[in-house]
Design a protein around this ligand. Structure first.
Ligand SMILES: Nc1ncnc2c1ncn2[C@@H]1O[C@H](COP(=O)(O)OP(=O)(O)OP(=O)(O)O)[C@@H](O)[C@H]1O
Ligand SMILES: [Mg+2]
Length: 401
């Protein structure tokens, strides 16, 4: 058997026979060597090479087959589909054969690591998988049954802070301290035999800072973050996916974020969720942060049982003091000719009872646009008051619907 034709010949074999055929041929070509074979997606060799953790010394197959995906403008990502590579890792040489074929309509990539000693093959395999499991400078997003590292989301979260967040009383400090202390107190928890895990739900009507606080907290804590968009997937059950998410989270310390928890949990998956959250398996170092607009839709077993979600933080509509603080923050950022007078700010505060922070934000944005399109002649006080009435009508119409 020629190495050059090895992969082409393997592709002629039926799917059921392919893996056995390749392993057997490799064993015959390399008697006495160890072969580690599998298909876990954690074995992302390309990422390991890109990070210069190992180097491709030689492409042994006659054709090095690569697929190129377009990620975003100027960003391409290459995946090796079929190749036989000689790899240098930690001063030692080993071979990796990668073959991709279609199984049940999906591409399946399998690897065979060939090394002189079992230790070498296994520790290389372990090093590649461990490296790919670490979360560095990205958010690990779970969606449609798989994980994806999202650098763009991470970068957008990096700009989120508590500075421009207005919360009632000491809420901001409480949330910050709660999780900062949690991650700093592993030894204390262990000394007193308390499971080192934490959960909190952010509860409140739309647009009052739950997501903003989550982002600021993720940024502030600097811990790996696993963001679950949904447990649903085209393939695989929600129960399996919940198990997969928590399994991954147990490589703690980390944050697990579940936005709109009420839409993720129902009668069919609740018991599985509770098991993962607070069952036999230890979730040491895992902090779960959830949000909801509809606490009434969440079962008492989730909401009213400490050790699952230990704390509930409420994000209510802003009262006068918060509205004034928010308006002052905006005013401080505006250019002088766009700023509200102190009297105007007081009038807007009383005219915006029932507005969420998101509506207050919209009030400023819409007013600035209006002020500019009106030729910058009207005073901002008047524009803001007129826009307040418009938005209030809009809110009433929405409520009636
Ligand atoms: N307390 C706040 N202080 C300052 N800005 C806020 C506050 N609450 C909300 N905002 C601003 O309003 C917008 C919407 O806020 P956010 O997404 O955090 O709301 P939410 O509570 O998560 O709403 P939803 O329940 O609809 O997801 C964001 O631009 C955010 O910065
Ligand atoms: Mg939100």
């Amino acid at each position: 058997m020629m190495i050059e034709d090895f992969i082409r010949d393997a592709h002629y074999k039926p799917n059921d026979y392919m893996a056995y055929h390749v392993a057997r041929e490799l064993a015959e070509l390399h008697p006495g060597s160890t072969i580690v074979e599998g298909s876990t997606h954690h074995f992302d060799l390309e990422e390991f090479v890109r990070a210069q953790k190992c180097a491709i010394v030689e492409k042994k197959s006659v054709f090095h087959h690569v697929r190129t995906d377009w990620v975003s403008s100027g960003r391409l990502k290459q995946h090796i589909r079929n190749s036989w590579l000689n790899i240098l890792w930690n001063g030692q040489l080993l071979d990796v054969v990668l073959i991709t074929w279609t199984e049940s309509c999906y591409p399946r990539r399998q690897y065979w690591i060939v090394a002189d000693a079992p230790d070498l093959a296994e520790s290389f395999f372990n090093a590649v998988c461990e490296w790919n499991c670490e979360v560095r400078g990205e958010i690990l997003v779970y969606h449609d049954g798989y994980f994806e590292k999202d650098k763009t989301l991470f970068n957008s979260i990096k700009t989120s802070t508590f500075d421009n967040l207005v919360l009632q009383g000491s809420l901001k400090k409480e949330i910050q301290n709660d999780f900062t202390q949690f991650f700093a107190s592993r030894e204390v928890y262990e000394r007193y035999g308390i499971p080192w895990k934490r959960g909190a739900v952010f509860i409140g009507p739309p647009g009052n800072g739950k997501t903003h606080t989550l982002k600021a907290l993720i940024n502030h804590l600097g811990k790996p973050c696993l963001y679950v968009r949904s447990f649903k997937a085209e393939y695989g059950t929600e129960q399996e996916n919940m198990a997969e998410v928590f399994q991954r989270a147990r490589m703690a310390p980390c944050l697990v974020v579940l936005e709109d928890l009420d839409s993720m949990i129902d009668d069919t998956n609740r018991s599985c969720f509770l098991n993962e959250l607070d069952g036999f398996q230890s979730n040491s170092g895992v902090a779960v942060l959830a949000t909801t607009n509809h606490p009434e839709k969440l079962d008492a077993s989730i909401l009213d049982r400490p050790s699952r979600f230990d704390r509930k933080y409420y994000f209510n509509l802003p009262a006068e003091a918060e509205r004034l603080a928010y308006i002052r923050n905006w005013n401080a950022e505006l250019q002088t000719d766009l700023q509200l007078s102190e009297k105007g700010a007081t009038r807007i505060v009383s005219a915006t009872d029932g507005f969420s922070f998101a509506y207050l934000k919209e009030l400023f944005v819409a007013s600035m646009v209006k002020w500019m399109s009106d030729g910058r002649s009207t005073s901002m006080d008047d524009v803001l008051l007129a826009q307040t009435d418009l938005l209030r009508d809009q809110m009433k119409i929405r409520k009636r619907k």
